[in-house]
Design a protein around this ligand. Structure first.
Ligand code: 13P
Length: 242
């Protein structure tokens, strides 16, 4: 299993339902990785491209965007944590808001998925985030604490799990919380329960090359989860550059 403490920061590209073999070849040939090897770069392509990108990767890690909550059995179309570990996959995003909203994933499913990943020595990147309505009601912290409590399994600790804070309203919109709001929310996530004191917490939601430095330099932020901007190799190179 990857030793998370070996890294100072994490940059995780979530390609969502984008990319094909030609795109991957071009992306890898143009990507320039940071000289600072303490920056951990992870690319999460669609499941069908995991094997290909694992075999062609140079200097970055590979992550899945999802995994089944079931270990094996009659679950047509599902992908198990064990089969991800057969490929050279080290990380897996779980509980992304698109999975929660479009595919009705519950905290309990995310908990099982994370436990299966940990048992197979993969690092779950567990996503939490409030909707705009919840933000406007002033219940962001309550929502996040509840999501974390229910979706982080007992076997999780700061060495085998990453948390990603992605405000739902900031995803793909160009909107972000203020720098101060991001730092405060991450401070809350790390300190509301001693269990989470040392967890790595990434920020996601409209991260671009022109805001990443400000976000990453915050004391409570350990990296970024990047959607749209990770699909352009020049832009992603700028995001991860030293
Ligand atoms: P954007 O960077 O496109 O806002 O997406 C964020 C995200 O959903 C990453 O998981």
């Amino acid at each position: 299993m990857i030793k998370l403490d070996d890294f100072s920061s994490f940059f995780v590209a979530n390609w969502k339902l984008n990319g094909n073999f030609q795109f991957i070849d071009q992306f890898i040939s143009k990507l320039s990785l940071p000289k600072d090897r303490s920056k951990c770069v992870v690319i999460c392509p669609s499941s069908i491209h995991l094997d290909y990108i694992s075999k062609h990767k140079i200097g970055f890690y590979v992550g899945s965007q999802n995994v089944s909550q079931h270990k094996e059995g009659a679950f047509t179309g599902e992908i198990s944590a064990e089969s991800l570990s057969d490929l050279n996959v080290s990380f897996c995003i779980v509980g992304h808001s698109e999975r929660r909203q479009i595919f009705y994933e519950k905290d309990e499913d995310i908990n099982l998925k994370s436990a299966n990943l940990i048992a197979n020595k993969l690092i779950p990147i567990v996503c939490v985030g409030e909707t705009l309505e919840q933000k406007e009601k002033g219940i962001t912290n309550q929502v996040l604490a509840k999501q974390l409590k229910a979706s982080i399994p007992n076997s999780s600790n700061f060495g085998n799990t990453i948390i990603a804070y992605e405000p739902v309203w900031a995803i793909g919109t160009g909107l972000t919380p203020t720098i101060e709001e991001i730092n405060n929310t991450h401070h809350f996530l790390k300190n509301h329960n001693p269990k989470f004191n040392n967890y790595k917490i990434l920020y996601g939601g409209s991260v671009k090359s022109n805001n990443v430095k400000d976000i990453i330099s915050l004391s409570n932020v350990d990296g970024a989860l990047i959607g749209g901007a990770s699909l352009n190799s020049d832009e992603f190179t700028k995001i991860i550059e030293d």
